[in-house]
Design a protein around this ligand. Structure first.
Ligand code: PEP
Length: 249
């Protein structure tokens, strides 16, 4: 089964290091049937354009400003990213929700801005440990989806990928079980069906993210309930990431 494998570099590597990484990744990913995407920091996107254009590795950003342009010092717009050849942008990553206080309302605006500029959105949702332990995870994720996708049309959903990323599994070495992932993906598809349609629920790509690495990736990604994975820490090693990207699932 064809999968979507996305690497999130977070705030790691220099543009120079990323150049070497990209050259190696493009070579190693030649001929892979999976869709491979890397999301480095903004400062690396021109390197991505130089090295990855014409390869079968796509690239994206990790964030955008919700506004189109103007007096927003320090921000980066969707149009700027698109102009550098990016296809994707990650929106609503739990680190941005928690550390930068991004609300669902803001995330909703960012999604609309990204789509209006021709970027595909990787929307991250997922519960923290406290919510999971109080058995509220499904309710929490449903509410995130409801708020994040508010006011969108079904045809716009074609540009959205949902990444289920339980916060307690991100960068911790702990990962969700196959049963947990399958159950939550069902919840996500049901919510999409309620908000949009059964067709939309069936066709939307849902990924898992949270401590996927070279030792556990096969079991996690081969789960037929998911369409791929969003990989943080383990994507920084080009040998490991390309093994995951080249796998026949
Ligand atoms: C992430 O950053 O989205 C992520 C899933 O990180 P990690 O793979 O390191 O848990």
């Amino acid at each position: 089964m064809n999968k979507l494998i996305i690497g999130n570099f977070k705030m790691n590597t220099t543009p120079k290091e990323f150049k070497e990484y990209s050259i190696a990744l493009a070579t190693k990913c030649k001929g892979t049937k999976n869709d491979v995407v890397v999301c480095p920091p903004f400062t690396h996107l021109s390197v991505a354009k130089e090295i990855l254009s014409g390869s079968n590795v796509e690239y994206g950003a990790q964030n955008i400003c919700e506004e189109e342009k103007g007096a927003f010092t320090g921000e980066v717009s969707a149009k700027m990213i698109k102009d550098l050849g990016a296809s994707y942008v990650i929106v609503g990553h739990s680190e941005r929700r928690a550390k930068f206080k991004e609300t669902d309302r803001l995330i909703n605006k960012k999604i609309k801005t990204a789509l209006a500029n021709g970027l595909k959105v990787i929307l991250c949702v997922g519960e923290n440990l406290q919510t999971r332990e109080s058995k509220q995870a499904a309710i929490f994720v449903r509410k995130q989806l409801d708020d994040d996708l508010k006011g969108m049309y079904e045809n716009e959903l074609e540009g959205v990928v949902i990444a289920y990323e339980p916060v307690w599994a991100i960068g911790t070495g702990k990962f969700a079980t196959k049963k947990d992932i399958t159950k939550m993906v069902e919840v996500i598809r049901k919510e999409i069906e309620n908000q949009f349609s059964a067709k939309a629920a069936q066709s939307i790509n849902v990924l898992y993210g949270g401590s996927v690495n070279i030792s556990n990736y096969k079991n996690i990604i081969s789960n037929e309930a998911i369409n791929g994975a969003l990989i943080g820490g383990a994507s920084l090693n080009v040998d490991n990431f390309s093994v995951i990207a080249r796998e026949n699932y």
